[in-house]
Design a protein around this ligand. Structure first.
Ligand SMILES: Cc1ncc(COP(=O)(O)O)c(C=O)c1O
Length: 439
C-alpha cells in the first residue's frame, strides 16, 4: 500500500485524498489492500508483452479476496487455481473459464469435474502434474463426455542451489512433489497422445513453475530454457496441433526490504527473448504470478497489547507484543520471512528525530515461532503498527489456531474504503468446538 506520513506523523495511504490508517483500526488485526496499486501492477506486467497474445493467470492462492480477484479480472487477467474452491472464486469473480488453469498434485475427482464442467468447453487447461494423473483426467473427461484441455507441468529439475529462493518455496528441483519429472515427459506425451486420439484429451500447453520470490531472473530463465527445449521436442512429433501456449509460471519477487532489482516485467522480457531464441514465437506465453501482483499492496494493521523487558545474556531485550500472530500472517513462522514493521503514528516530537531502538515483535500465539523478528521502532512503544508487504500469502494462509478468529480485511480505492469484511467471530469458534464434544 503506498504510504507516507502526514504532518502529525500518522501513516497515511497516498491515494487521493490521503487516508490515515488510524481511521481504519477500529478492529485489529486487519489487512488493508490498495486495489488501485494492484490494478496498476497488472497493467505494468501486461504492457511487457507489447500487444502480443498472452495470458497473465493470477495465482489466486496469493490473495483470494473477491475485490482483489475482480480487480485483476477487470484488468484482463486470468487465474491459476489450485482447488475447486479457488476455481469457484475465480469464475464467480468474473474470470472466463477460457482464462483459467488449474494446478495441483492431488486434484480430487469432483474438482476435476468442476473444471471440466465450466463454460462451453471446460477451463483453458488442467495442469498435469504426474504421469499417473493423465489416466485419471481422461477418465473424468470420458465420464463428462468432454475433451479435457490439458497442459503438462514439467519439473525441469533445476538444481536447488540455482534457485535463489527459500528451500520451502523452491518447487522445480528433483526432490519436489511438483510436476512431471523431466525424464518422464516423453512418457507423459505418449500417454496424452493416446488419449487425444480417443478425443478425451487435447494438449494445449506445456509449463513449469520452479519457485517463488525470485530476486534475479537467472533461475527463472534457466527453467524456461529447459521447458522450451522440451516444447521443441514435443512439437517435433507433429502430433500436437492444439498446442498453443508455454507457461513459465509465477515466482517474480518483491522487495521485502532487502531489495529485488528486477521488476516483474523484466522476467517477461527475459523469457520472451529466450522463447525467440528457441524459435517458439508461434506459441503464446502464459505466466502465473501471485505475490508480485498483490504482495506490496497490502498491510496488516495490529494493536500493541503490551511490552515486556527481559535480560538475554545480560543484555536487555525489549519485546513488543501485538495482537496479530502467526495465525494471521504465517510467512515468518513458515519460512523465516521478514516483514518490515512501522508505527502507525510517530509522535510529532519523534517524527522529527526518531531514535529507534530494536524491538522484538511477537504475537499472542503459544509457539516460539510466533515471532516477527527484530525491528527498529521508537523507544516509546507505539499503540498500533503496520506489518508491510502483507498482501500475498497473508490472509489466505490464516488459521484459527489457539481459537483466534480470522482477521478483518479492508479494501481501498481512490483513497476510500470500498469493501470490507468483518473479523471472524471467536464465540462462533467456541460454539463449534463445544458442539462436537456434546454430539
Ligand atoms: C503452480 C504455481 N503457480 C504460481 C504460483 C505463484 O507464485 P508467486 O506467488 O511466487 O508468483 C505458485 C506459488 O506457489 C504455484 O505453485
Amino acid at each position: 500500500v503506498p504510504t507516507s506520513r502526514d504532518a502529525s506523523g500518522r501513516l497515511t495511504f497516498t491515494g487521493a485524498p490521503a487516508l490515515p490508517f488510524v481511521e481504519l483500526v477500529e478492529s485489529t488485526p486487519a489487512y488493508v489492500y490498495d486495489l488501485d496499486a494492484i490494478a496498476a501492477e497488472a497493467r505494468e506486467l501486461k504492457a511487457a508483452f507489447e500487444g502480443e497474445e498472452h495470458l497473465v493467470a493470477y495465482a489466486v492462492k496469493a490473495n483470494s479476496a473477491g475485490p482483489v480477484v475482480r480487480t485483476l479480472a477487470a484488468e484482463g487477467c486470468g487465474a491459476d487455481v489450485v482447488s475447486g474452491a479457488e476455481l469457484a472464486v475465480a469464475l464467480g469473480a468474473g474470470v472466463a473459464p477460457d482464462a483459467v488453469v488449474y494446478s495441483g498434485v492431488a486434484k480430487r475427482d469432483d474438482e476435476l469435474d468442476a473444471a471440466l464442467a465450466a463454460g462451453e468447453r471446460g477451463i483453458l487447461a488442467i495442469q498435469i502434474e504426474s504421469v499417473e494423473e493423465i489416466d485419471r483426467v481422461a477418465a473424468r473427461a470420458r465420464a463428462a463426455r468432454r475433451c479435457a484441455r490439458v497442459s503438462i507441468r514439467v519439473n525441469p529439475a533445476v538444481e536447488r542451489h540455482a534457485l535463489d529462493t527459500h528451500d520451502h518455496i523452491a518447487t522445480g528441483h528433483d526432490e519436489a512433489k511438483f510436476g512431471v519429472p523431466r525424464g518422464d515427459v516423453a512418457a507423459a506425451l505418449d500417454l496424452v497422445q493416446l488419449h487425444a486420439s480417443r478425443g478425451e484429451l487435447a494438449l494445449v500447453g506445456l509449463g513449469c513453475h520452479v519457485g517463488s520470490q525470485f530476486t534475479s531472473t537467472d533461475g527463472y530463465v534457466d527453467a524456461a530454457r529447459t521447458l522450451f527445449g522440451l516444447a521443441r521436442s514435443a512439437l517435433s512429433r507433429g502430433a500436437f496441433a492444439d498446442l498453443r501456449f508455454l507457461d513459465t509460471g509465477g515466482g517474480f519477487g518483491i522487495d521485502y526490504g532487502e531489495g529485488c532489482p528486477p521488476r516483474p516485467a523484466d522476467f517477461i522480457k527475459a523469457v520472451r527473448k529466450e522463447r525467440a531464441a528457441a524459435g517458439l514465437d508461434a506459441l503464446a506465453l502464459l505466466v502465473e504470478p501471485g505475490r508480485s501482483l498483490v504482495g506490496a499492496h497490502g498491510v496488516l494493521l495490529s494493536r500493541v497489547i503490551q511490552t515486556k523487558t527481559t535480560l538475554a545474556g545480560g543484555v536487555p531485550r525489549r519485546w513488543l507484543m501485538i495482537d496479530a500472530g502467526m495465525n494471521d500472517l504465517m510467512r515468518p513462522a513458515l519460512y523465516q520471512a521478514h516483514h518490515r514493521i512501522v508505527p502507525l503514528v510517530i509522535q510529532p516530537r519523534e517524527a522529527v528525530a526518531v531514535t529507534d531502538v530494536a524491538w522484538r515483535v511477537v504475537g499472542p500465539v503459544c509457539e516460539s515461532s510466533d515471532d516477527f523478528g527484530l525491528h527498529p521502532l521508537p523507544e516509546t512503544a507505539p499503540d498500533h503498527v503496520a506489518l508491510l508487504d502483507a498482501g500475498a500469502y497473508g490472509f489466505t494462509m490464516a488459521s484459527r489456531y489457539n481459537g483466534r478468529p480470522a482477521p478483518a480485511e479492508i479494501f481501498l480505492r481512490g483513497g476510500a474504503v470500498v469493501a470490507r469484511s468483518a473479523a471472524g467471530d471467536a464465540r462462533a469458534w467456541v460454539e463449534e468446538r463445544l458442539r462436537i464434544a456434546s454430539a
